[in-house]
Design a protein around this ligand. Structure first.
Ligand SMILES: [Zn+2]
Length: 252
């Protein structure tokens, strides 16, 4: 317990998240199911409308990080979706298209086209490579959520490197281009060595589930996010965006 607390404090000291600045929103499933991380399509639609009403620009993840690092930039958000559920296309895309918003989806490369099983035993169908290619053509981006969704902090360095390198290679092969820019740590679990390996493997940055916003002092390999889940009301959504309120996220 003390070790955990010490690690959390150390992380806070080395990665102070800004109270203001651009925010990366974290979504998982958009649908009608009992998972705590799920947002219903109706709520999601309300949230996208709230961004529009607030005049909040929705930018790409890379642009969001760039603006945060530069500091003093006007508020903006980037939308991210973990695990690559098929309901992203079915339930999130219609509202995203309506507003012309882009988003980044994080894929678990060995599971693409299959099923994701949560720790509570819920099963989610996943996007296929064909789906991802089609969505990419439309302007959505994809990042790596590793090859098998392990807790990277628990793996030996060699195993962690394999997860990061293999998923990157697979994405390069399936989606073309130079490979994914961003990595998303499964369960938000990482240690200092993970960030070094991610950098060495060619990623531009990595996302955590630690709450906060992106600022000039933020470590690009420990990017904080604002969690949006089943408990988020449109009021709390507005408040977290406009007032910079964040809280600890639940992990999938
Ligand atoms: Zn995940």
């Amino acid at each position: 317990m003390r070790r955990l607390l010490k690690a959390a404090l150390a992380r806070f000291k080395t990665n102070p998240s800004s109270a203001s600045g651009p925010a990366i929103l974290m979504y998982h499933s958009i649908g009608e199911n009992s998972a705590g991380f799920t947002v219903t399509p109706a709520e999601f639609r309300k949230q996208m409308a709230a961004l529009r009403e607030a005049g909040m620009p929705v930018v790409s993840l890379d642009e969001c990080v760039r603006r945060g690092k530069a500091g003093n930039s006007p508020p903006a958000v980037a939308l991210t979706f973990d695990d690559g559920y098929r309901d992203f296309e079915e339930n999130a895309c219609p509202a995203l298209r309506e507003h012309g918003y882009t988003a980044t989806v994080f894929l678990v490369t060995t599971l693409v086209g299959g099923t994701f099983r949560t720790s509570k035993g819920l099963e989610f169908p996943l996007l296929s490579w064909d789906d991802a290619r089609r969505l990419q053509k439309e302007g959505f981006s994809f990042g790596s959520h590793t090859a098998t969704h392990p807790k990277l902090s628990r793996l030996e360095k060699k195993g962690a490197r394999r997860e990061l390198a293999e998923s990157r290679e697979t994405m390069k092969r399936e989606l073309g281009g130079a490979g994914p820019l961003y990595l998303c740590y499964p369960h938000g679990a990482f240690v200092k060595a993970t960030t070094r390996i991610a950098r060495e493997e060619g990623y531009a940055g990595a996302l955590t589930i630690d709450p906060g916003r992106v600022g000039p002092k933020t470590d690009p390999f420990a990017l904080p996010r604002i969690d949006v889940n089943a408990k988020t009301t449109v009021e709390s959504f507005r408040a977290s965006l406009l007032e910079g309120k964040t809280r600890k996220a639940a992990s999938c």
